[in-house]
Ligand binder design. Structure first.
Ligand code: G6P
Length: 367
């Protein structure tokens, strides 16, 4: 049934393992077979008529928005603002009738996110939500609700909802790029192919579970862990740190690699594991030099990268987690798997209550 653990020890493990299937479902629903154009359910949404995108969410959904900011800016050349819901409306941000207000929420019931949506009513051109529960309050109060098709998520720490949110947001950015004429047909076809290839890559990432479990075993002895990433991997570093602290209770922080020298480098010593998320992409060399700054101070680097990246940067790292090579735009979706599995196996090694972490709720309906 939809709500048993299907042979897994925890719902979180089951939900991590389901990702190739549910992400494929999300992609199929917006990218019809045989076409490279993203199709949204009955809407006249036209990004060429908009000046700005404002995205608002909490927790893991907020990190999905931070990732999407890179996509909307780079692919669709659209100015984007991202905020956490509890800060957004008290700032009284100006919202114009050429702003698209976009709310991302797994449950569709988070009180702060709903309040932020209501703040935008009557101000924004359109209110769009990306939700897992189509009959939720946030979905009902939106002009357009886009389902992520993740299926019921039970583990308090969000996993499959995150990768499905990312997939839908990337497709929305591609729709924006097509509307605004910022990507040509070849580029759109290239991104569509990358998305369609993603479920296979997610399976390959899941095949690395044993290597990830070994790294997690080492992490479980740490008091603090730092996650580093650059570009599209920066929001994922934040998400990796959030997952780890939520379920293993180890203090973790995510940082942009380049910001390391402005503070957290002071914390690095031989007791500090540093997880570096770095596919061999355009910013890889810069990340490697940040990683070397960590190793020069005896920090213990866990490098998550592809074959090329591991071959280039491996000397002196504590351990490596090997990912298949991926198109840059889908890499944050792929690298979510090792981030989730690292947190999961660290928590299992520590014997914490993975599906019901202390003090946390699946859906927060108070402000
Ligand atoms: C809680 C959950 C998180 C979730 C956040 C936002 O903190 O524990 O996993 O990311 O709420 O929830 P939403 O349902 O709005 O995505």
């Amino acid at each position: 049934t939809r709500t048993d653990k299907g042979g897994h020890k925890h719902f979180m493990a089951k939900e991590i393992a389901e990702q190739p299937v549910v992400v494929a479902e999300a992609i199929r629903s917006y990218l019809p077979t045989g076409s490279d154009r993203v199709v949204l359910p009955d809407t006249d949404l036209d990004f060429s008529k908009l000046d700005r995108l404002t995205m608002v969410a909490c927790g893991t959904a907020f990190y999905a928005c931070l990732t999407a900011k890179y996509w909307f800016e780079q692919l669709a050349r659209m100015p984007v603002e991202v905020d956490i819901a509890s800060e957004f409306r008290y700032r009284e941000p100006p919202i114009t009738d050429r702003t698209l207000a976009l709310f991302v929420s797994q449950s569709g019931e988070t009180a702060d996110t709903l309040a932020a949506l209501r703040y935008c009513e009557g101000k924004a051109d359109k209110i769009v939500s990306v939700v897992n529960v189509p009959e939720s309050s946030i979905a009902r109060e939106s002009d357009l609700a886009l389902p992520i098709h993740a299926g019921v998520e039970i583990g308090v720490a969000s996993t499959k909802a995150f990768t499905c949110q990312l997939s839908v947001l990337l497709m929305l950015a591609l729709k924006a790029a097509a509307d605004r004429g910022t990507l040509d047909d070849d580029a759109l076809a290239d991104h569509a192919a990358a998305l369609r290839g993603l479920p296979t890559l997610l399976n390959a990432a899941l095949d690395q579970e044993e290597a990830i479990r070994k790294s997690a075993q080492r992490l479980s002895e740490a008091r603090d862990v730092l996650f580093l990433g650059r570009g599209l991997m920066y929001p994922l570093a934040l998400e990796g740190a959030l997952k780890l602290k939520e379920i293993s209770y180890i203090h973790a922080e995510g940082y942009a690699s380049g910001e390391l020298k402005h503070g957290p480098i002071a914390l690095i010593d031989k007791h500090m594991p540093v997880v570096v998320m770095a596919p061999r992409d355009a910013v890889f060399d810069k990340t490697v030099s940040n990683m070397q700054e960590v190793m020069a101070r005896k920090g213990k680097v866990i490098l998550v990268s592809d074959d090329d990246g591991i071959a280039d940067a491996k000397d002196g790292v504590w351990s490596t987690i090997r990912m298949p090579h991926a198109h840059a735009s889908v890499a944050p979706i792929l690298y979510s798997v090792p981030a989730q599995l690292l947190a999961y196996h660290t928590a299992v090694a520590k014997g914490t209550d993975v599906d019901q972490p202390r003090n946390l709720a699946k859906s927060v309906t108070v402000e």
